[in-house]
Design a binder for this molecule. Structure first.
Ligand code: DQQ
Length: 536
């Protein structure tokens, strides 16, 4: 119940108990959305991994099923790790996943539905000749770094391709395989892409994005109307990076655009907690959807005591920004079905020097809030030191209480009445050497809980918006122990886990604030109490 379990969420995906991690094989089949995920049936820590399975008609309300894939063959007897689904012509789903074999080698296996007329795809049959891909001495693949097969795509030469994450020494690799029949796979001489000093690439994802608009395209689409995206999850730092580039289907090479790299100089889906993510193409609604795993920031002891660990982020619609230089993400529109209200606050000035305005009339522990700010006399923005290149560091050094001229201003969420606890999601605006404005977005967890056991790292990101011509917008999905924030209409995302001790249940409050010296105006603010979703 809510008192003994204050951190369970109202509308985020989670099973009733136990450990979860990566989303696996998301797809839509006969109008039903499927989510599989890494799951420990026996406890709140990682281990005994199976593919748990839930289905939905709206990506919000979920029905649980028995685990779809669990150890049963030599090729997966020590675990059924991450993988992806591909829908073959004739509407035939196929799952590829990593199995841990009797020698603890990582190998790639295949499973297909037992009964294609069952839209819930309850039963899965493993291929009798698994594994299909193995690390061997000849192919020089590292047996403990060979996992997480992607959705396959179909080339002009009528061959299927997929990649598997790996590394050679410190070089991260996307090993490429090709097949004519989906059963016999040949490793390509060259990886699809690799990068030095990045370590193991977990859960790679490779997909096309359309040049124009927000519609998604199927994974096999290529040619002049699309760019390609390669996302990798770096085991060393548990951060994900993506590059945007060009896929040459003849040479089977992927070349990231200039400046697009798998490091902090590059781009992340989310600058907080968000890992092992995966997209799929929703052919019914012509969009690409991103799922990501959000782990806990609490101690293992606290996880065991509460009996569960891990959430899935709200699925995000993902598309290429007009600039062609980054992706944009926005919570799928179905989530708005849960909104009640709204409560509005329009044209409200937040005076400089410290203003706090309560957004009352919502259940602040479970709320969706959208706000846009307008700044005038922006030329008064502070000068930015050219050495300030690391947004997370900048946010940690300039937390919610450190006054600037424009900012910090934003939201105080999951705040207790006496402000003993709050999570601050806010902006700061600077002026660089060329008099261009730079927008910093921060999520400051340092005051989120009186419990000192939690990881309260502050997160930060630069947001590519022009505050002279555009309003500065922020949306936060707040749900008991998670805050997913979207700055600049989805140009920068930061997800945080927090564990308030006072700001729980009816004790939580929501505020807008400005601690900068300059005043800012809330152009509009809407907050909706969120209904509870039916989840598992
Ligand atoms: N989680 C899975 C692996 C993957 C890792 C194991 C990423 O397949 O590389 O649970 O979180």
């Amino acid at each position: 119940n809510a008192t003994s379990q204050p951190y369970r969420t109202g509308y985020h995906f989670q099973p009733p108990m136990n450990w979860i991690n990566d989303p696996n094989g998301p797809m839509i089949y006969k109008g039903i959305y499927h989510l599989f995920y890494q799951y420990n049936p026996k406890g709140a820590v990682w281990g005994n991994i199976v593919w748990a399975h839930s289905t939905s008609t709206d990506l919000i309300n979920w029905t649980p099923h028995d685990p779809a894939i669990y150890p049963s063959q030599p090729s997966d007897i020590n675990g059924c790790w991450s993988g992806s689904a591909t829908i073959l012509p004739g509407d035939k789903p196929v799952i590829f996943y990593t199995g841990i074999d009797p020698q603890k080698k990582q190998v790639q296996n295949m499973a297909v539905p037992k009964n294609l007329s069952d839209p819930y795809l309850i039963d899965w049959v493993k291929y009798s000749k698994n594994p299909l891909m193995e690390p061997t001495w000849e192919n020089q693949i590292n047996a403990s770094s060979f996992r997480d097969p992607t959705t396959a795509w179909f080339g002009p030469d009528k061959r299927w391709r997929l990649i598997v994450g790996s590394k050679r020494h410190r070089r991260g690799l996307a090993i490429l395989y090709r097949s004519k029949d989906f059963v016999h796979w040949n490793k390509s001489q060259h990886p699809l892409h690799s990068a030095k000093d990045t370590g193991m690439w977990e859960c790679p994802d490779f997909f096309p994005v359309s040049f124009s608009g927000q519609d998604g395209v199927d994974t096999s689409v290529m040619g002049p109307d699309v760019k390609h995206v390669l996302k990798v999850s770096l085991d060393d730092t548990k951060h994900e990076y993506y590059t945007i580039g060009t896929y040459n289907s003849v040479k089977d090479s992927y070349i990231p655009d200039k400046g697009s790299v798998e490091s902090d100089a590059g781009l992340r889906y989310d600058y907080g907690k968000f890992y092992a993510s995966k997209t799929f193409f929703d052919g019914d609604k012509k969009r690409r959807i991103l799922w990501g795993w959000i782990n806990e920031s609490s101690s293992v002891g606290d996880d065991i005591a509460k009996g569960w660990s891990g959430l899935q982020a709200i699925p995000r619609h993902i598309w290429l920004d007009r600039s062609g230089k980054q992706l944009v993400q926005w919570p799928i529109k179905e989530i708005e079905k849960l909104r009640q209200g709204p409560v509005n606050l329009n044209n409200q000035v937040l005076k400089g020097g410290g203003s706090v305005v309560e957004v009352s009339g919502v259940t602040a522990v479970q709320v969706d809030v959208e706000v846009s700010f307008e700044l005038s006399h922006i030329e008064k923005a502070e000068k930015m030191d050219p050495s300030w290149t690391n947004p997370q560091l900048l946010c940690s050094q300039k937390g919610a209480s450190a006054k600037g001229s424009f900012g910090p201003f934003g939201l105080l969420v999951l705040a207790s009445k006496g402000m003993q606890e709050y999570t601050a999601v806010f902006f700061r605006v600077f002026q660089d050497q060329n008099n261009k404005y730079v927008v910093l977005m921060c999520s400051d967890q340092s005051r989120s809980s009186l419990n000192e056991e939690n990881d309260k790292t502050t997160y930060g990101a630069f947001v590519d918006v022009d505050p002279v011509h555009e309003k500065l917008s922020l949306r936060s999905l707040i749900d008991h122990s998670i805050v997913e924030s979207f700055g600049g209409e989805g140009k920068a995302c930061i997800t945080a886990r927090v564990y308030p001790t006072l700001a729980t249940g009816g004790g939580a409050r929501l505020y807008a604030f400005n601690n900068g010296t300059q005043s800012v105006t809330i152009n509009s603010l809407s907050a909706w109490t969120m209904k509870k979703a039916q989840i598992n």
